[in-house]
Structure formats: structure tokens, C-alpha cells
Ligand binder design. Structure first.
Ligand code: ZN
Length: 707
């Protein structure tokens, strides 16, 4: 999982009110009396946890799951999930009783080897007592029938699990996710194979881990069967249900399957009339004005136009400014079609510093809140993504008998998101000013920001469809199209890609994070909105296919073995792309957190369950690898980076094992280095020399063949 890049998305979600937590309902079922006198005299209960001190109840003792068969149906309208999950396992001791993990949902039946079993529920524990004890080293199958509205898998920041969406659902969460939608042995040390059989309304599609086996239509519904034959930790399972644009292809012997939410915009718009329109692209800190002077007749006038917008909700705005020529009576005009509102957004507290023009005219501040009325006018603006092309209309009546200057304005803050704004087919009832921009600006002007404001780096221009910025959907498509290249790059670093299948699911889920779900990471669509979003995030999640998915943490405290490696890989990718070198990024990361900052207090080798995904686990983790690289030299470092995931493929790993492995390859003691970087609450010295900022090196990466 990457850092929460989309903090704002999360904030907005939090403002909607906490998600209703679905608490485990203690239910119990009876299937007749338990046979008195167990046939296996040595049988005892399996433990309710696998022994991870961070979450003692996670996972269960006494058996190993081989395969999950999830035969489920989902109805987005009622958000109801129901069906039967069959777990094929092998006992590791004689079991009179054993546990599965499940949160919420209503269990109605449990069978063990085809015979009804007794069961009850305590918190996340589904406790099952088979009629006959299960002998040691014996295969057995448990079928659990259940239904309900799945909710969160846990209380942690990323414990989402099954996320119901208006038009479907998506599953993602770490460390807890699986328990929200199927009974499991929920710990990364019990990896298993999966078959997903998911029945949904016929209009929707389903994407999951592994490979699509086929679909079966039953009139109004379709069952999608996906198989993940390569063992997978339970938190790495995912299912996406929705209306997706699907792309599949084979390259380098791998099967790619990408699913992008079909509702995400491809291009912002196209010309309403003719072949030209006015375009303002998203850009940081820009006050882009498309302006015109208009003589308003004594009986007034209106101005209407087509507008398409994709701007960051609450931070970036579109509005119509107006003032009488020669007078400082600036105001914004309300759209008679209702697309504007008086909401001042979440950026307003900083207007006085960054955009004084706004508070000198349209807004006023009281402490940290803003009012939509300022010294000369009022505030009417739109923010967020519009619904296709909107027809706006403003009343120029207040300027009757005089000359007004109007401006269609797109204002962004220091970190814009969204594609931008387009305008076409302007119609001024007085005549002058009407245009569809076929001949260029046709009397409209691009005057730049208000006097005294910083200059724009980009501004309105007239162009064709080709000049219209790509929407999030198109940006995501372009980013995912780089996956074959990224997998080749990563295979050069880490050895052969661990699976047969690869791809991504891009969903407008609002959760604000991405997750390395096996073979098919889940990406929040907002990541692709910014110009820099995209490939680096994909590199992070695909690096996890080696570090996190193929090599799984034996205990959650070893999480830096996942996040530190995935984060350092992003730095290597930056260097390979000809951008900042890994050493430069290491330097920036180290320098950004001063000595004495809390950041350096975290012992990332054992961060504690509440700090599992703190920034330090990612960045100090990456710095740890950089320190190792500087200590042992590039040749040895890259040998470790490839040898470690190769030697440990498909196994549980610990920090101690990694340290020993690195020492063996390097032929030297590295205890001190790892103690300083992983277990000392203090900022270590920067490893090596401070790099010069303009250093750019491109590392040659050998291309390896895939299965
Ligand atoms: Zn990650």
C-alpha cells in the first residue's frame, strides 16, 4: 500500500460521517448434539489466533488452507452479498474444534465434510465444532453459508475490505480485508489458492485476482469465474464489480487484464459547434481568465455558454467575474442554470495570502472561515467535475446601459487536480461577444491573473479536440499501458515476475489509497488525476508483487520489508526514467525530516500496530536500503536485491532473515547498520555523500524473459 497521497479525498470522506461499522453479531447455530466421546482421543481445539502479537486473534491454529471456493452473489441495489464459501484445508493437529475469521455477515449453515457442524461466533471468531474430530494431517472441507451487507474488516486506517459503491463494489484493505466478505484463516502466513464465482446483474462485470475462467449468463444475471492458482495471502484478494472498460493482452508471456471504471472521463469534452473551442488546462496556482468587454443595452442582456469542467472539489473553482469597465466593482455572477453555489471551499483560509484579489472583492474571512461576500461583490462558483457539457447563463442586467468586462475564470491552488475547463458556443443576447471560437479568440482576450498576482504557467487557448485535456479515465489508461515496460524493468531488478497474470483495477472508490492485491492492484482513480500521478504508483504496487505478495511478512511488524522495498523501487524508477536519482531522492527524504522530529522516533523494524503504515515505514525503510547500498556498493546491493526475492519466493520472511541474507551476500557484518536504521529512535547520519541536485544517471536494466 502506498502512502495516503490523496489525503484530501480521505478528509472529504471523513466529513461525510464515519462509516457505519458493522459489528460482529454473535449468533449461534446448532446442528444437533456434538458426538459424545471423540473418536480421536488426542484431539483438541485449534487456537483462535496464529500468534501475531499485533493482532493476536488474526489467523487460526491447527490447520492450513489449501483452497477457497467463494461462490457468491452480489446485488448492488441492496448491497447484499450472499452465498457459500468452501474452504479446503489440511489439519496440522487433531482437531476437536477450529476457528475461522469473519466480521459481520449472518452465518446460517456450516458443514464440515458435507455434514452439518455446530458453530458459534465471538467477535471475529467463527468457532466450528465438527461432528467428528478431524485427525492430524487430514484434508477436510468446510462450507459456510452466509449473507448480509459487508462492511469494514476492522478499525484500522486501511481496514476497508468490501467497499460498496453506487454501481458496484471494490475490495481492498490492509492488514484486514478478507474477513469483511468471506470466512478465512486471515493471516499472510496462510497463503492459499482461490476460485471466485461471483453472480452479479448482467449489466455489470467482475474482475478479481488471477485469470478469468469464463462467464455464464442466466438471463438477468451473469456468473463470473476467476481463478487464482498461485497461493495468495487473504488480504491480497480483491473483487471489483462495476461497469468497466476492460483491456486484455499478452506480452512477454504474461496475461494482462486491466479494468477501468467506465464512468471516468476519457476526454473532458469536444467542440459543441465546428472544430474549435476554448481550453484551460489544469496547472498549479493559476488564475486563468477568458475575458471580453461587452456593451450592455439599456434593457439588459444575458450571456450563455457551454462549459465542461473537471476541477478538484473544494480547492479549484470555475466562475464568471464581472465589473463595470473603469470601476473596481468586481463581483462574480450566479449561473441561472444552477451550476454555481456560494460555497467558498476548503482553500479559503489561505486566500488572503495566496490570492488577495479574492478576499479584496468576493469573500471575507472571519477567523478561519469564509463568507461568500466581499468588499465589492459576492461569490458564486462551481467546483469539482461537471456532468458532461453544462449550459451556463448569466444575467448582465445590472450593467444595463454601460460597458461590462466579463471573465470566465478557472482558479487552481498550489496542487491542482483534474483535467481543466473548456468553453464553447458563447451566446451574448446583445450580439457582440457571441462566438464558437472557430476563428480563434474572436474578440475575447486572455489577460492573465489580476494585477500583482504571480504569472500563470499556462492559460486559455483556442484549440481542437486534440488540445482538450485527457480525463482521469484516459490518464489511467495511459499509465496502465506502461505496465509491460514496468514489469520488464522490475524483473531486471528482482528476477522473474512471480505470477502468470498482471493488471490493474481503477475505481473511483473514494478511499484514497491503492493496494498491491495479488496480480491485480487496486488503484483509486484520483491518483491518475495529477500530471505526475501514474507510473510511480504502478511501480510501487507492482514491486509489491515480489515484496509483500510473493514474499509475505511472517509477522506484521516486518512490514518495512514490504513498504521500504516498494518505496525504494520508486526511487530507482525515477532514476531510470531520467528524473531525480535514487541518491537525490534519498537525500531529499532524509533532509525533509529534521533531527529531533517525531518522525525519527519510530523504530520501523517493530513499529507497533498503530504505526504500521506511518510515513517512516515507507521512507526510512527506503533510506535503510539506500544505506545498505552505499555500504556494500552497487554490485553487491543489486545482487542482494535480486537474490533475496528469488531465494525466498513464496515464503514468509522476517527482518532477521533479510539481515542474515544481506550479510551472507556482502560477506560482512551489517548488524550495526540495520540496528541504526531499523531499531534506533534517532536520525542516522545521511549515508554517503550529499548528491548534487542536478545529477541524472540512467541505469541499464537487462531485459529478462518471462514464463
Ligand atoms: Zn505499499
Amino acid at each position: 500500500m502506498p502512502l495516503l497521497y490523496l489525503v484530501r479525498v480521505t478528509v472529504s470522506r471523513a466529513l461525510l460521517g464515519p462509516l457505519a461499522l458493522v459489528l460482529a453479531v454473535a449468533l449461534s447455530g446448532a446442528a444437533g448434539p456434538v458426538a459424545a466421546g471423540l473418536p480421536d482421543g488426542g484431539a483438541g481445539p485449534g487456537s483462535p489466533g496464529i500468534g501475531d502479537p499485533y493482532w493476536p486473534r488474526d489467523g487460526n491454529g491447527g490447520y492450513d488452507v489449501d483452497h477457497y471456493d467463494l461462490d457468491l452473489r452480489y446485488r448492488p441495489g441492496s448491497k447484499q452479498l450472499s452465498g457459500v464459501s468452501t474452504i479446503s484445508a489440511r489439519s496440522t493437529r487433531a482437531l476437536s474444534r477450529f476457528h475461522l475469521d469473519l466480521v459481520g455477515m449472518q452465518v446460517t449453515h456450516v458443514n464440515v465434510d458435507g455434514r452439518p457442524a455446530r458453530w458459534d461466533r465471538r467477535g471475529q471468531e467463527l468457532r466450528i465444532t465438527p461432528r467428528r474430530a478431524i485427525s492430524r494431517d487430514t484434508d477436510f472441507a468446510v462450507a459456510v453459508t452466509y449473507a448480509g451487507r459487508p462492511g469494514r474488516a476492522g478499525q484500522g486506517r486501511f481496514d476497508e475490505g468490501w467497499i460498496s459503491l453506487p454501481d458496484g463494489a471494490i475490495v481492498a484493505g490492509e492488514p484486514h480485508s478478507a474477513t469483511s466478505w468471506f470466512p478465512s484463516n486471515d493471516h499472510p502466513t496462510d497463503r492459499a489458492r482461490y476460485t471466485f464465482r461471483i453472480e452479479v446483474p448482467a449489466a455489470l462485470s467482475v474482475v478479481a485476482n488471477g485469470r478469468l475462467e469464463g462467464t455464464e449468463e442466466h438471463g438477468r444475471t451473469t456468473t463470473w469465474t476467476w481463478r487464482a492458482d498461485e497461493p495468495m495471502a487473504s488480504y491480497l484478494t480483491t473483487v471489483g464489480i462495476g461497469d468497466y472498460d476492460v483491456t486484455t493482452y499478452e506480452e512477454d508471456g504474461l496475461r494482462f487484464h486491466d479494468a477501468i471504471d467506465a464512468g471516468l472521463p476519457g476526454r473532458l469534452s469536444s467542440p459543441s459547434t465546428g472544430t474549435r473551442l476554448a481550453v484551460a488546462r489544469g496547472s498549479n496556482n493559476a488564475y486563468q481568465r477568458l475575458a471580453r468587454r461587452i456593451e450592455v443595452p439599456p434593457d439588459g442582456a444575458t450571456m450563455a455558454f457551454d462549459l465542461a469542467r473537471d476541477t478538484e472539489p473544494g480547492f479549484d473553482f470555475v466562475f464568471v467575474e464581472a465589473h463595470t469597465v473603469g470601476r473596481d466593482d468586481w463581483t462574480t455572477l450566479r449561473d441561472l442554470g444552477g451550476h454555481t453555489s456560494s460555497r467558498t471551499g476548503r482553500q479559503c483560509a489561505t486566500w488572503s495570502e495566496e490570492r488577495p484579489f479574492i478576499v479584496e472583492h468576493y469573500q471575507s474571512q472571519r477567523r478561519r472561515s469564509c463568507r461568500p461576500v466581499g468588499p465589492t461583490g459576492e461569490w458564486w462558483a462551481a467546483s469539482g467535475a461537471g456532468d458532461g457539457i453544462e449550459r451556463w447563463e448569466v444575467d448582465l442586467g445590472p450593467y444595463a446601459g454601460s460597458e461590462v468586462e466579463v471573465s470566465i475564470t478557472y482558479l487552481t491552488d498550489g496542487s491542482f487536480r483534474g483535467a481543466g475547463v473548456t468553453v464553447d458556443d458563447v451566446e451574448v443576447s446583445a450580439g457582440v461577444g457571441s462566438t464558437s471560437f472557430e476563428g480563434g479568440l474572436e474578440g475575447w482576450t486572455v489577460p492573465g491573473p489580476p494585477e500583482g498576482d504571480a504569472a500563470n504557467r499556462t492559460d486559455w487557448r483556442v484549440g481542437s479536440t486534440d488540445d482538450v485535456p485527457a480525463g482521469v479515465g484516459e490518464k489511467a489508461r495511459r499509465a496502465l499501458a506502461r505496465q509491460p515496460e514496468i514489469v520488464r524493468y522490475l524483473s531486471g531488478l528482482f528476477g522473474e515476475y512471480p505470477w502468470r497474470d498482471v493488471g490493474g483495477i481503477v475505481e473511483d472508490s473514494g478511499v484514497g489509497f491503492a493496494l498491491e492485491t495479488q496480480t491485480r492492484p487496486v488503484y483509486e482513480s484520483g491518483f491518475f488525476a495529477s500530471v505526475s500521478g501514474g507510473s510511480s504508483l504502478i511501480v510501487h504496487e507492482l514491486a509489491h508483487q515480489w515484496f509483500g505478495d510473493s514474499l509475505t511478512v511472517k509477522r506484521w511488524k516486518h512490514i518495512w520489508l514490504n513498504e521500504g522495498f516498494a518505496s525504494y523501487t520508486q526511487w530507482l524508477w525515477s532514476e531510470a526514467e531520467g528524473r531525480a536519482s535514487a541518491a537525490e531522492l534519498a537525500w531529499r527524504s532524509w533532509r525533509s525530516m529534521p533531527q529531533g522530529s517525531d518522525y525519527w522516533d519510530l523504530r520501523i523494524g517493530a513499529p507497533g500496530r498503530d504505526n504500521l503504515f506511518d510515513g517512516a515505514v515507507y521512507n526510512r525503510g527506503a533510506l535503510t536500503l539506500h544505506a545498505l547500498r552505499v555500504r556494500v556498493g552497487d554490485e553487491t546491493f543489486f545482487r542482494i536485491l535480486q537474490g533475496w526475492p528469488t531465494a525466498r519466493a513464496g515464503q514468509d520472511v522476517t527482518t532477521r532473515q533479510f539481515v542474515r541474507y544481506a550479510e551472507r551476500v556482502a560477506g560482512r557484518d551489517l548488524d550495526g547498520l540495520f540496528r541504526r536504521w531499523l531499531f534506533t529512535p534517532k536520525r542516522p547520519d545521511f549515508p554517503g555523500a550529499r548528491p548534487s541536485a542536478d545529477r541524472r544517471t540512467v541505469r541499464d536494466v537487462p531485459v529478462v524473459a518471462h514464463r
